[in-house]
Structure formats: structure tokens, C-alpha cells
Design a protein around this ligand. Structure first.
Ligand code: FAD
Length: 423
């Protein structure tokens, strides 16, 4: 049995450990933080992600901490409805699309790893670099108490996130990440369920600002309230790329003065937030390789992308399955397994990451704003015919690996692959 180390106990590292365990391999995981806490806000797990969790035998547990997505509705800057589509099984997919708190999902995966693999996670162990010889990889660790150590494994899967130390060593000449000019405010608010508690709303004129709102937990602490996740994107100042940066939403709230949605007061939602984080959208140039000998990158370490549409976590889930399939096919040749995984995944994921820098299906809000000159409309069919909007959505779903059941991915309006700038 191959002796593998995983760097990082984020969702990607934990999922890889669970996939390895399914195939009889017991890895060791090195994680820099001394304790895993439920950090982050909401993520939108599309049907392909739910399918991965189902395949890992985690569907019931996942359901117990998440919310079934039924409807996805798009509104302009006045709260007029532009388009609506069904989600997940309600659209005819085999699996549900679900909304979940990122930190709760990570802890679910962590508990599954401890239950199934035992004590394989070394917490408080930061990987600072690696060296290779013909027998494997030496990982250099720095422990919380300042102690350093070198450990040896036959192969290493690095899932150490957007600021990956392994990626930095593997690609010392990689272009510096660049601020896009767009800032995200991400928050959660407790409030009574809206529209029955299963709807995601996409709101606003992207020239001004965009907002996405969805529930990530029902009946929080028996209060009958939903925990609502919301994200606002607009132009902002450059800040560090840190998921835990606290933000102030005060200046952004007036951008939503015109929005009137009958079932949702979005300004109140922002005012009532229990936590708000700031996150700058940073462009990471796509890598031209994920493999260095017996070391491979996976998840955000391989393909940091804008956190839009839940694609970061969903693609990490697929990475985990694919890398393990190739390791099982070549148990004596991890380098070959990693090269095949790179060939299978890198171009596909780089294309998705590139698209996430554009607008994806959110482009329909910009089309409507452009065609109405930012004014309210009388009849949406005269502005954005249903067939045109359907075409945009069909193409998007096909691109991210989940073609819409019963819909042709025909060409109508293309996605903009350029930067989705606001204001
Ligand atoms: C604190 C936090 C909050 C987040 N919140 C959100 C959110 O609200 N919404 C969203 O869409 N995405 C969020 N993300 C990103 C999201 O988790 C990822 O896009 C996706 O799940 C893929 O996960 P990953 O495991 O590749 O990366 P990550 O989730 O970033 O996990 C990487 C892990 O590696 C560890 N690590 C980093 N460097 C080292 C090192 N040198 N040695 C050992 N361990 C190391 C980190 O502590 C972390 O646990 C967040 C990430 C973090 C770390």
C-alpha cells in the first residue's frame, strides 16, 4: 500500500483522504491550524458535488446539515423578475443541489475521516517545503511550538489552499496574483424563511452591484429561523486575500435603495448580519502543470478561482476522485498517476476558473440592464426572450459538467470571458 501524505485538511484534503480510504489506502494529513473550526459562510453545492458526497456514503449526513435548493430566481435592480429556473432534482437531475455552511461541511468531512481512518490528521503542522529523492518526498514541517521536523512519504498530494506553500515552491516564477478591482462582502443573517426556505435569489444590475442570497440552515437552534447566506459584489479597494477578513457593509447598503422584492428586504438582511467578511477577487494565473515528480497539487492549491457558484469546492471533489482513480491504476508509479490526473483535469478546471472570472449565467442581469438602459421594463420577453435565456443557462450547466436534463446546450448569447467588472 502506497504511503501518501496530504497537505491541508480543508475540504479538498479531507475528501482526498476519504477517497483513498475507499480504495484501501490510509494517508497522513498535515494541517497548519491547531484546531479545525467551522469557518467561512455559505457554499452552493451543485448536483455533481452532491453526487460525489453520495458516492462517499455521506449523503444523509450532508442532507442533515444543508438545505435543498428548489428555485433560482434572477432580479434586476428594481426587484423585477428576469428569469427563474428549477434546481437539482426539481429540474430533473439525479442529485440535489444543496446550500451549506462551508465550515459545517468541512467538519462533517473531518469527522468522517476520523471515524473511518482513525487518527491520521496531524494538526498544527505547517508544511514549509519539500525535497525529493528516488524513494519519495521529504516534507519539511513547522509545528505550533516552533519545533521543525522532516517526514518522508512515497508521494504527496498538496491541498493547501489559495496560498499554497507547495505551489509556491513548484512554480517559483508564477505571476503574482492580481486584484480584479472587485470586492465581495460575504455575510450571514438569521431571519424567518423566505419563499418556504429553498430559493436562491440573484439580484441587481452588475454595472452597479450584484447580490446573491440563499438559506444555508433551517430552524437554527430551534428558533424557527433560517440562516441566510448573502454575498454582495461591487468595486472595492485592494485588500489581502484572506477568507477571515472582517468587513463593514455600511457603504454598500445604499446601492440597494431601488431593489424591492416582495418577500425579501435585502437592505434589512445586510443590516441584521451576524457576521460580514470582506474578500477581494484575485486573479490567479492558470498553472501550466500540477505535478513535480511525486508531488501533485489539488483543489484551490491547483486552481484558485473566484468563489462563485460553488465551483471551487465542487471541482475539488472531482479532483479527489480522479487523482485516486489514477493512483489505484498505477500503485507503483505515483508520478505517472499524477501526470494522468493532471491531463484529465487541468485544462477542464482552468476553463471553468476562466469562466468564473467572467459572469457565467449571471450575464443575463447585465444583458437586461444594457437593453433597458438600466431602467425598469414592461415585458421581460421583449427584453430577454425566454429561449435566449434558456440557451445561456444550458451552456453554463454543460460547461461545469452538469448538462441540464432535457435541454440542448445550443449557442445563443455567449458568456463574456472578460472580467465581470461592476460600476
Ligand atoms: C477559513 C476559510 C474560509 C473559507 N470560506 C469560504 C466561503 O465562505 N465560501 C467559499 O466559497 N469558499 C470558502 N473557502 C474556500 C473553499 O474552502 C475552497 O474554495 C474549496 O473548498 C476547496 O478547498 P481546499 O481544501 O482546496 O482549500 P481550503 O478550504 O483553503 O483548505 C486548505 C487547507 O490547507 C491548510 N493549509 C494551508 N497552508 C498549509 C500548509 N503550508 N501546511 C499545512 N496546511 C496548510 C489550511 O489551513 C486549510 O485548512 C474558505 C477557505 C478557508 C481556508
Amino acid at each position: 500500500m502506497i504511503d501518501i501524505a496530504i497537505v491541508g485538511a480543508g475540504p479538498a484534503g479531507l475528501l482526498t483522504a476519504l477517497r483513498l480510504h475507499q480504495r484501501g489506502i490510509r494517508p497522513t494529513i498535515y494541517e497548519s491550524v491547531p484546531e479545525l473550526k467551522p469557518l467561512g459562510v455559505g457554499v452552493d453545492i451543485k448536483t455533481v458535488g452532491t453526487a460525489e458526497l453520495d458516492d462517499l456514503g455521506l449523503l444523509d449526513e450532508f442532507r442533515s446539515i444543508s438545505v435543498d435548493a428548489e428555485d433560482s430566481i434572477f432580479f434586476n435592480h428594481y426587484g423585477q423578475e428576469i428569469y427563474a429556473e428549477k434546481c437539482g432534482v426539481h429540474m430533473g437531475y439525479l442529485h440535489e443541489q444543496r446550500f451549506v455552511h462551508r465550515g459545517r461541511l468541512q467538519l462533517l468531512l473531518y469527522r468522517a475521516v476520523l471515524d473511518r481512518l482513525g487518527d491520521v490528521v496531524a494538526l498544527g503542522a505547517r508544511v514549509t517545503g519539500y525535497a525529493q529523492d528516488e524513494t519519495g518526498v521529504s516534507l519539511h514541517l513547522e509545528h505550533r511550538d516552533g519545533r521543525t521536523e522532516t517526514v518522508h512519504h512515497e508521494a504527496v498530494i498538496a491541498a493547501d489552499g489559495i496560498k499554497s506553500a507547495v505551489r509556491r515552491q513548484m512554480h517559483p516564477d508564477q505571476a503574482e496574483p492580481e486584484f480584479s478591482g472587485i470586492t465581495m462582502w460575504r455575510g450571514t443573517t438569521l431571519r424567518p424563511p423566505f419563499r418556504g426556505g429553498h430559493t436562491i435569489c440573484h439580484i441587481g444590475d452588475p454595472h452597479i452591484s450584484s447580490m446573491i442570497v440563499y438559506p444555508i440552515a433551517h430552524d437554527v437552534d430551534g428558533t424557527g429561523l433560517d440562516l441566510i447566506n448573502w454575498v454582495v459584489e461591487t468595486n472595492g479597494e485592494e485588500t489581502i486575500e484572506d477568507w477571515n477578513q472582517i468587513g463593514d457593509i455600511t457603504d454598500v447598503i445604499p446601492l440597494y435603495d431601488t431593489v424591492e422584492i416582495p418577500f425579501l428586504d435585502v437592505q434589512q438582511l445586510m443590516r441584521d448580519a451576524q457576521e460580514v467578511y470582506l474578500f477581494p477577487l484575485i486573479r490567479h494565473a492558470p498553472l501550466d502543470g500540477w505535478v513535480d515528480g511525486r508531488v501533485v497539487l489539488l483543489g484551490d492549491a491547483a486552481h484558485a478561482m473566484y468563489p462563485r457558484g460553488g465551483n471551487g469546492i465542487t471541482q475539488a471533489m472531482i479532483d479527489a476522485r480522479v487523482v485516486v482513480e489514477h493512483l489505484v491504476a498505477h500503485p507503483d508509479d505515483p508520478h505517472r498517476a499524477f501526470v494522468e490526473y493532471d491531463e484529465a483535469r487541468r485544462a477542464v478546471v482552468n476553463r471553468i476558473a476562466d469562466n468564473m472570472r467572467g459572469e457565467g449565467y449571471e450575464v443575463i442581469r447585465r444583458i437586461v440592464a444594457d437593453r433597458t438602459d438600466g431602467k425598469p421594463f414592461d415585458d421581460i420577453e421583449e427584453v430577454l426572450p425566454l429561449a435566449e435565456a434558456d440557451g445561456i443557462f444550458s451552456r453554463y450547466h454543460a460547461l461545469v459538467g452538469s448538462p441540464r436534463p432535457g435541454h440542448e446546450a445550443h449557442e445563443t448569447t455567449g458568456f463574456r470571458t472578460g472580467e465581470a467588472a461592476t460600476r
